[in-house]
Ligand binder design. Structure first.
Ligand SMILES: Cc1cc2nc3c(=O)[nH]c(=O)nc-3n(C[C@H](O)[C@H](O)[C@H](O)COP(=O)(O)OP(=O)(O)OC[C@H]3O[C@@H](n4cnc5c(N)ncnc54)[C@H](O)[C@@H]3O)c2cc1C
Length: 442
């Protein structure tokens, strides 16, 4: 079997297919890891891309399928999902027991917490109407969603105070979409993940190390710097820079538009999730900030209008992670593929806003070294415009209830962001479990 793309999706699937006894080759155009890569800034090692490891239960399902013990050493992230700064004040999620909003948070947990196992089921099992476990889980999650399509609509129906509502709406942006466009399921995420949000003790790149080890130990052929330049899925032929390869079955772990392009097809331009400018900075001293701070857009409608017009929003979502002498700052931007750097006035303005809100004026200027990854970087081997979470689908087409296009044609399957846009690591690992099961059953 040939797997196109050696990001987390391609590698996690390759290990499962090899475990099932198949001979597997992974073709990666650049370096393994895709969005999760290693970056050295000021002599300090950073992992780019994902920073929050959520739904550890999905990881445990994945390990069970490989008969592997858990060696990731996941550590709870100090401060959970972090301190959320909104126009109505700041609140940590999970809301601490002594906070005035603790009662509202408990009401939210009581409503959403009980469906944790069901969401895990939906993340890891093929969506099949003849599977009672899938149907039971869908029905229970559907009841909590209560017919709301968007995250904004679900949150507004709960009549939370403006501060908690704004913080929860901010989280919906994890799908890469404004709360009005993000599926309602994203409104439930803080309740489902806040208690268990974690990171491997050795940093996120440990996940990449583990997936590579699982592949190597099962005999997967791992080819780095080996771009696929043409795909003939019907005949199972991949054209590489140097020669061709033939496979009985091919799985694409690439963006679907990129995969279509490799087959010589054109695909319709699609709406996109957001992109980002990720800034990684190394300091001489410990960074005096909480582990995670989130600075919300002050107005979601203004934010949405700007992103839809592919314009830079007046004040955007910023995620700040502090870890010892390291600081990572992610500014959300539209997926327009534009080049951004630290000298541009909009970027400088957003950094000043973040520093002002966090009470550390001119902080970034003290960095020993800074590197930034912009939408041009994310677009290079990823999705059009640098969309971090792939294409944007309407709410009714997103999430676990929508039958996903796992099988593209007789010999071609797809996995990863292509089938679970907005899902992050849990959907990548769960999607690999689903696709490997479906391939075994086919
Ligand atoms: C800044 C940022 C923050 C994030 N934060 C989180 C988070 O906190 N938690 C979370 O769970 N998720 C997060 N995510 C999302 C998570 O990183 C992604 O969902 C995941 O890494 C996607 O993996 P993938 O394998 O589907 O895609 P990719 O990582 O894009 O992998 C695709 C691979 O295909 C390769 N490729 C492309 N074209 C070819 C070709 N022609 N031939 C061969 N190979 C090719 C690319 O080089 C790449 O390695 C974040 C992402 C970003 C960018």
């Amino acid at each position: 079997m040939g797997v196109l793309g050696g990001g987390l999706a391609g590698l996690s699937l390759a290990a499962l297919l090899a475990e099932a006894g198949h001979s597997v080759t992974v073709y990666e155009a650049g370096e393994f890891g895709g969005k999760l890569s290693r970056l050295s800034v000021g002599g300090l090692a950073f992992g780019t891309g994902p920073s929050l490891f959520t739904f550890p239960g999905v990881w445990r399902h994945y390990l069970a399928a490989l008969n592997e013990p858990d060696s990731l050493d996941l550590q709870p992230l100090e401060g959970g999902l972090g301190l959320h700064h909104t126009p109505f004040g700041a609140v940590a999620l999970p809301v601490p027991p002594d906070h005035p909003l603790s009662g509202e948070w408990q009401r939210y947990l009581a409503r959403v917490g009980p469906i944790q196992a069901e969401v895990e089921t939906l993340l890891t099992r093929p969506p099949r109407l003849n599977d009672p476990a899938f149907l039971r889980a869908s029905a229970r999650v559907g009841r909590v969603l209560g017919g709301h399509l968007s995250a904004e609509s679900w949150i507004s129906a709960q009549h939370f105070s403006p501060l908690l509502a704004h913080a929860l709406n901010t989280h919906a942006l994890n799908a890469g979409l404004s709360p009005k466009d993000a599926p309602a399921l994203y409104a439930l995420l803080p309740a489902l993940i806040a208690a268990e949000v974690s990171r491997p003790a050795g940093g996120m790149t440990r996940l990449l190390d583990e997936l590579l080890r699982f592949c190597r130990e099962r005999g997967v052929t791992l080819l780095e710097q080996t771009p696929v330049i043409h795909l003939d899925a019907a005949r199972g032929i991949l054209k590489l820079g140097s020669g061709t390869a033939r496979h009985d079955l091919i799985v694409s772990a690439l963006d679907p538009a990129r995969r279509a392009e490799l087959s010589g097809q054109t695909s319709k331009p699609q709406a996109r999730t957001v992109s980002g400018l990720a800034i990684y900075a190394a300091f001489a001293e410990l960074v005096p900030l909480p582990a995670t701070s989130i600075i919300a857009p002050s107005n979601f409608q203004t934010f949405r209008r700007a992103v839809q017009a592919q314009a830079l929003p007046p004040d955007t979502l910023a995620l700040v992670h502090a870890d010892g002498r390291k600081l990572a700052l992610l500014l959300t931007v539209p997926a327009s593929g534009q080049a951004l750097n630290l000298t541009q006035p909009w970027v400088r303005g957003q950094i000043e806003r973040v520093e002002r809100v966090l009470g550390v004026p001119n902080f970034l200027r003290k960095a020993l070294d800074i590197q930034a990854l912009d939408p041009v970087h994310y677009a290079a081997l990823g999705t059009a415009g640098g969309a971090i979470y792939g294409a944007a689908y309407p709410a009714w087409r997103s999430g676990p209830f929508h039958p996903q296009p796992y099988r593209v044609s007789a010999k071609l399957w797809q996995v990863g962001t292509a089938v679970h846009p907005g899902g992050g690591i849990p959907a990548i690992l769960g999607g690999a479990l689903i696709v490997s099961k479906l391939i075994q059953q086919a």
